[in-house]
Design a binder for this molecule. Structure first.
Ligand SMILES: [Zn+2]
Length: 275
C-alpha cells in the first residue's frame, strides 16, 4: 500500500524592514519584531517549521529576534545585506554584501546557513554569476528566480522545477495561473489581492506538480502601517494600494490552504535534502 504523503509547502518569510527602503523611513513605527512574533505564533500553532531569509542590516539591529527564530527551530538564510537588487551590483559588490549578510547572521548566533534569496527575486540569467559566489560561501541552495517574463525581474526559460546550477540547487518561486495571468500566487501581494477561489484553483494546479513556494514579508500582515509609497513599484499608486490590501486576511488564507490541501510546511533545507 502506498502511504499518503502530504504535499510540501515551503512557507518563507523575507525578513526585512520596509522602512529601510523608503525615504525618511525611520519616521514610521518600527514593527518588525512584533510582526515576526505573529509569524512565529502562527507556525507554532501549526506545529511547523519554516525558513526566514534575513537581511543583514536587520540581523544587526535585532539580534535577539534572530536568536528567538533560531531557538524556535526555524531555518535562517540570507536575503542580502542591504536589500539591493542583484542587477545593481557587480560581482565584487555582491560578494562583499553576501559576506556581510552571513557575518551578521553568525554574529546573531546562526551557525548553519545554507540558503539564499535574492531581493525582489532579482536573480536573472544576466547575473547567473551569482551561483559560483554562493558556492564560495558554502551555501547549497537558492530560491531567487521568478521563472517567467515579469515587469521587474524574471528568468523566462528557467523552468518551474528545482534544478542544480553548478553545486547550488535553485528552487524557483512557484507560478500558476492561466495563459494570460501566470503569477507567484502563493505569496505577498498576490496571495492577498487575488480573489480566494482563484488562489485555491492556482494552488490545486501547482501542487500536483511540485512543492509550492511562498514568500511573505512582515508588512504583509501589518494592518496598522502608516500610508507611504512602497519601494520597487515605480511610484505606481494602484500597485501601492494593492500592497496595503487585505492584510488582515493574509494568515487566515494560508491557514485555509494548509487545511484544505493537507500541506506539510517544512524549511527549504529539509526539502532540498529530500530531493
Ligand atoms: Zn526582500
Amino acid at each position: 500500500m502506498i502511504s499518503k504523503v502530504s504535499p510540501h509547502f515551503l512557507f518563507s518569510v523575507d525578513l526585512e524592514d520596509v522602512r529601510d527602503m523608503v525615504p525618511n523611513g525611520m519616521m514610521y513605527t518600527p514593527k518588525v519584531p512584533e510582526l515576526t512574533k505573529k509569524y512565529l505564533d502562527f507556525l507554532k500553532e501549526k506545529k511547523s517549521f519554516a525558513t526566514f531569509f534575513v537581511v543583514g542590516s536587520l540581523a544587526r539591529k535585532y539580534p535577539d529576534l534572530i536568536k528567538l527564530i533560531r531557538d524556535e527551530g526555524h531555518e535562517l538564510g540570507c536575503h542580502s545585506d542591504k536589500h539591493l537588487p542583484v542587477s545593481t551590483q557587480n560581482q565584487e559588490d555582491f560578494r562583499s554584501d553576501l559576506e556581510a549578510n552571513i557575518n551578521a547572521l553568525k554574529k546573531a548566533g546562526v551557525n548553519n546557513i545554507y540558503g539564499y534569496r535574492a531581493p525582489t527575486f532579482s536573480l536573472t540569467e544576466e547575473v547567473s554569476w551569482v551561483y559560483p559566489i554562493l558556492e564560495e560561501f558554502n551555501l547549497t541552495y537558492s530560491s531567487s528566480v521568478l521563472p517567467a517574463r515579469n515587469p521587474l525581474f524574471g528568468w523566462p526559460g528557467f523552468g518551474d522545477l528545482p534544478k542544480k546550477v553548478g553545486a547550488i540547487t535553485e528552487v524557483p518561486i512557484t507560478l500558476s495561473g492561466t495563459s494570460i495571468l501566470n503569477v507567484p500566487f502563493a505569496g505577498g501581494v498576490y496571495l492577498r489581492a487575488l480573489p480566494y477561489p482563484l488562489i485555491d484553483y492556482f494552488f490545486k494546479k501547482a501542487i500536483r506538480r511540485t512543492a509550492v513556494t511562498s514568500y511573505i514579508h512582515p508588512y504583509d500582515i501589518d494592518t496598522e502601517q502608516e500610508p507611504f509609497m512602497h519601494p520597487y513599484i515605480n511610484d505606481n499608486k494602484f500597485y501601492n494600494f494593492l500592497l496595503y490590501y487585505n492584510r488582515k486576511n493574509a494568515l487566515s488564507r494560508i491557514s485555509k490552504l494548509v487545511k484544505k490541501f493537507e500541506l506539510n510546511i517544512i524549511p527549504y533545507k529539509q526539502y532540498i535534502d529530500s530531493l
